[in-house]
Each structure stands twice: as C-alpha cells, then as structure tokens.
Design a protein around this ligand. Structure first.
Ligand code: ZN
Length: 351
C-alpha cells in the first residue's frame, strides 16, 4: 500500500475515532455483518524493514478483536452461516466471520488457539500450489531479496534500474517500487523476474513456501478441528483477471477439486488472489458462480448488507491490517464507518 493511502486511512480512522462520528454513522453503515480478512497471525517481529507487515496481526490483537465482538453481542459464524443468513435474510443478530488467506501454518499455531478461547470458527483459504510446496509467494521473496541486499538491479520497461537498499527507508522505497511494478506484470513475466532476482541474491522461493505454508498432511489434520473450515484460493495464486478465460476457469475449478481430493471434504467458498479491482471483476464473479462456489470474497473493503445477497461471489471484507493494531480502531471498524468512507458511502460495490 502506498504511503499516501496509509496516511489517509490512518488520518481517517483517527478522525472518526476522536470525533465520535463512527457512533453517529453506525445505524446507516454498520450493515448486517462483516467478513474479516487476515493472513498471518504471529507474535510481532523486530526490525525496521517489514514491508509485508500489513499482512500479519499478533495473537493479542486477534484476541482483542474477538473480545470486542463478543462485548457487542455479535455472532461469530462460519462462511456457510454467512451464506445462509444472507440467502434467507436472517438479520436479527449481527454477525462476523473470520477468514485467513493462503494457508499459513501460523493460522494453526497462533490463530486457532485464540479462536478456541471464544469457540469461534475460522475459514482458511488454501492455494493448492502452496500446499504442494511448489508455490511462489513472490511478495515475501521480494522482501527477503531486499532485506539481504544493499542495492538491487533490474530492468524496468527495458531500462536498467539500480535501487538503493542500504537503509531501512531505502529498502522500503525499493520494495514499493518493485512491488508496484511486479503487480502490473503478466504472470510468467512476474515469475521470471522474481526467479532472476532470487537467483542473484540467493533467496530460495520454494523454501519460503515450505517454511510458511501447511502441506496437505498438516492441512488434513488441521481441517479435522471442528472450528476449522477450508476454502479455495486458486491453484497458483495468480491474478485471475490477467488470465485468459479458460485459464482463469481452470484455476477456480482445479483449485477446488485438488483440495476436495486431498482433504476429502467439500469446498464451497472462494477467495480471489489479490482480490482488488485489478484482479477480480464481473468476469471472475461469473466464473466463480459457474464453478459452483456458494460465496467468493474480494479484498474490496466493506460491510455486508441485505443487498449483498444479490452479489454472493463479490463479497467485500474488512481487513484486520497489521499496520493498525490499535484497539481504539475496533469500534470504528465494526461501525462500518471506515469502509463506508473508503467506498464513498456506497453500500454495495460489485461492479
Ligand atoms: Zn492470497
């Protein structure tokens, strides 16, 4: 995320908190429920260069969030139940669902014990290549490349570029530049560029995958926990909107089939990789529906409303962002005011 966007969000959250405006906005924008989006849950790390920190929260912050929801008498439910309540318009009680993307082992080791304290279910969305141990978590590989390097050289748009990486702030700037550029590349170009950088800087992408992600046998026992449900997150974690239609369909159909085969349980819910407007739009929403998913989740920010029942494969989420692990933002997040502000006060955004 760009510094500008971060600053605007932080200023917005603080303005909402300190003005008390979120309390006034609550009846209009709080919706009927929310799906929370998380990635890693683990104790905080030291070090100034943590460009992927927005993707991790501590067990304590997860606990504070659950405690806040319980204090508001909000039901914590599964995605099946989210689907059920939306489809049957059961909105007497507000509800929240916890979703974890990618299939990280820390979800089992650090999130599940906290969820258990509240008897709260969770859904983990598995990228099947990550469970195979062959996936490429390029944003983490890029972090490792830059962490090790004092400078990084590459070609951007045919021009040689040399980026300083000799201090924490220079590393952050180099990461932002390369990350934003890589997000614009076609999948095979992205993988080629990352493979070249990793080879030059001695970073092993397969090792990152195996270190962080649960393989099938671990997933199988994890999925046996009564609080755990498993959803799909494609085969390769590619940007679906950049794929040809047939390839995108395969990612959705095969990703699901592989999990069902390995874990021997039905997979009914999907998360789109990246999940923003550049990665999931009307074509992907239709493909997910055709592939038989009951719901599919984006990373578009927002609460759920009754109208969301008409857009079950384009549902928004509320990010529990590692850069804002401050308990004072929790009432703001659950009020819906923060995501409403972000959306320009539209309630449903599924175009
Ligand atoms: Zn993901």
């Amino acid at each position: 995320m760009k510094l500008f966007r971060k600053t605007v969000i932080r200023a917005g959250l603080e303005a909402l908190y300190f003005s008390g405006a979120h309390v006034l906005l609550r009846p209009i924008f709080s919706g009927v429920g929310a799906v929370f989006m998380l990635h890693h849950v683990r104790p905080g790390r030291t070090g100034d260069f943590q460009p992927n920190r927005h993707l991790e929260v501590t067990p304590d912050f997860l606990r504070a969030t659950l405690s806040h929801l319980k204090s508001r008498d909000i039901d914590i439910v599964t995605m099946d139940e989210v689907h059920h309540r939306l489809a049957n318009r059961q909105f007497e009680r507000r509800f929240a669902c916890f979703t974890f993307d990618d299939g990280y082992r820390d979800n089992r080791d650090h999130a599940l014990p906290v969820m258990r304290e509240y008897a709260a279910p969770l859904t983990v969305f598995v990228t099947s290549d990550f469970a195979e141990g062959t996936g490429r978590l390029w944003w983490l590989a890029l972090e490792q490349v830059i962490a090790k390097a004092s400078s990084v050289e590459t070609m951007i748009g045919g021009d040689p570029v040399r980026l300083d990486a000799s201090s924490a702030s220079a590393k952050q700037a180099a990461f932002d530049r390369l990350h934003d550029w890589m997000r614009t590349l076609q999948e095979h170009d992205l993988q080629r560029e990352m493979a070249a950088l990793c080879a030059r800087h001695g970073v092993d992408q397969a090792a990152i995958c195996r270190d962080l992600c649960m393989p099938w046998d671990e997933l199988k026992s994890f999925a046996g926990d009564p609080l755990v449900a498993i959803g799909a997150h494609t085969v390769s974690h590619c940007n679906l909107a950049r794929q040809r239609e047939e390839a995108a369909r395969e990612e959705l159909v095969l990703g699901r089939a592989r999990i069902e085969d390995k874990l021997q349980r039905p997979v009914l819910h999907l998360v789109y990789p990246y999940g923003d407007r550049s990665a999931a739009g009307p074509r992907e929403f239709a493909l997910a529906r055709a592939a038989g998913y009951r719901t599919a989740l984006t990373t578009r920010p927002g609460m759920l409303f009754g109208e969301s029942a008409g857009h079950l494969t384009a549902l928004p989420r509320v990010s529990l962002n590692g850069n804002y692990q401050d308990e004072r933002v929790l009432p703001v997040l659950t009020s819906g005011a923060a995501t409403a502000m972000w959306n320009g006060f539209r309630r449903v955004d599924a175009a």
